[in-house]
Design a protein around this ligand. Structure first.
Ligand code: ADP
Ligand code: MG
Length: 427
């Protein structure tokens, strides 16, 4: 009874270890390692399993220990390749030598032959396209391997060739082969699942890239509109030389912006806040006010800016500019018959508050709720991406946005951004 219990314990321990090794192997499979690392991982995991299963054998029939050492050896060779197979066999034989099991030479010959057999089936295994074929190959290898050890046992202990020994051998072959088949099946399934998740990741990326392509045209339209405005102003024959230069310079600046936005968005596929710098909000807002002013003037909109307290925030300059432009442009577009766009900067505690308010058409509750969702637009030529960019930028800067709006009265965009102290500035 005691022996049975010990055997059961060893058996369960073996299964637990093999299960543990598989879980570990799958973790590495998911991580996409190169071939060499893969071989090293297979050798380590299967090597440990071999030593462990040889240390805790199940002794069913007196003197003949059985263990599952062949399982990691077969699986290790099939998935790790020839080098792994050779090293695993070496580990197995060395450990056997260390344990002082008699008849080392015979075991050496048997395992060398087994290794040759595994090398032979390996190329078929690799080329097998279906899981069914792989299972067949694994089945044959396992049966052949188990038979070879049975032959070894017969050579070692010729008197054991009894009926009970034969039944026992059949049980060992059955258990080991089921183990090998189950392992191959589980590994193939896991591989398939990993391939599938890679496909999904690729599709996701494609989706993002196409969304970006759509937004590029939108984001580039802003600076182009500004340039257009200046070019129209240049038609005026009474323009002074100085104004002309100023308009041309600003138009060129806008074109440069468009160019850099395109570059920005092409690298958007790998989102990161690489160009984070300390931004002087008053300076940036003044710049943006000057930038949008011509466009506002074209639409009879006056821009008023008040700075109560200046603050510094951390963020990407281009993206902050883009956000301010998007909000201001929406404000101007909300006032088709002209009006006033106010930009206000103040500080409450550790937050810089930027308020951009218009006196335009406003939004009802349903529109307010949908604001920020991609492709929500009420304009004929709108893309519904502008506010989405604003929301993602402010979120990346760890700020928040509040929008207050009343139909026919106007809209207020309130951005709060965490303030950083000037001392940590890098410039
Ligand atoms: P687009 O400007 O291309 O329509 P946006 O994402 O910039 O896309 O804006 C989405 C929608 O939100 C607009 O179509 C408009 O209906 C509404 N909206 C945004 N800002 C304002 C505003 N200041 N006043 C009124 N409606 C606005
Ligand atoms: Mg817009």
């Amino acid at each position: 009874m005691d022996i049975l219990l010990t055997n059961l314990q060893s058996f369960l321990l073996n299964i637990l270890l093999i299960y543990f090794c598989f879980t570990l192997y799958f973790k590495f499979l998911e991580k996409k390692v190169n071939r060499f690392t893969h071989t090293v991982i297979v050798i380590s995991i299967c090597g440990i399993s071999i030593i462990f299963s040889m240390s805790f054998p199940v002794i069913l029939l007196k003197d003949i220990p059985i263990d599952f050492r062949q399982l990691p050896l077969i699986i290790g060779t099939l998935y790790g390749g020839r080098l792994a197979g050779a090293i695993l066999t070496a580990i197995l034989l060395s450990y056997r030598f260390y344990l002082n099991v008699p008849d080392f030479q015979t075991a050496f010959v048997v395992y060398a032959l087994m290794l040759l057999l595994l090398f032979f089936v390996l190329s078929f295994f690799k080329r097998a396209l279906t899981v069914k074929k792989k299972l067949w190959i694994a089945f044959c290898s396992s049966v052949a391997a188990a038979l070879s050890t049975t032959a070894l046992n017969l050579v070692l202990l010729p008197l054991t060739a009894t009926v009970s020994f034969l039944i026992f051998t059949l049980i060992v072959i059955a258990v080991q082969t089921s183990g090998v088949l189950l392992s191959v099946w589980v590994i193939e399934r896991a591989k398939k699942a990993i391939l599938l998740s890679e496909e999904i990741a690729k599709l996701e990326k494609l989706k993002t890239v196409s969304t970006i392509a759509a937004s590029i045209s939108h984001e580039v339209r802003n600076p182009l509109t500004v340039t257009k405005g200046f070019l129209q102003l240049l038609r005026d024959p009474e323009l002074s030389e100085q104004d002309k230069h100023y308009y041309i310079d600003t138009a060129l600046e806008a074109l440069n912006r468009a160019e850099s936005i395109i570059t920005d968005y092409l690298t958007f596929a790998k989102p990161s806040l690489v160009n984070v710098e300390i931004l002087d909000l008053q300076k940036e807002l003044t710049m943006m006010k000057n930038f949008v002013e011509p466009y506002a003037a074209l639409n009879n909109v006056e821009i008023k800016m008040t700075v109560k307290d200046n603050s510094y925030v951390a963020g990407e300059k281009e993206k902050l500019h883009q956000s301010i432009i998007n909000i201001s442009k929406n404000g101007v577009e909300a006032m088709p018959r002209g009006g006033i766009l106010t930009i206000e900067l103040k500080r409450i505690g550790n937050e810089a508050i930027i308020t951009i308010a218009d006196t335009g058409v406003g939004m009802d509750e349903e529109q307010l709720e949908r604001l920020g969702n991609p492709f929500f637009t009420t304009k004929d030529l709108g893309t519904g991406l502008g506010t989405m960019v604003v929301y993602s930028t402010i979120k990346a800067m760890r700020g928040s946005i509040q929008v207050k709006s009343k139909p026919l009265q106007g809209t207020q965009f309130i951005l709060s951004l965490p303030v950083v102290e000037r001392e940590i500035s890098t410039d």
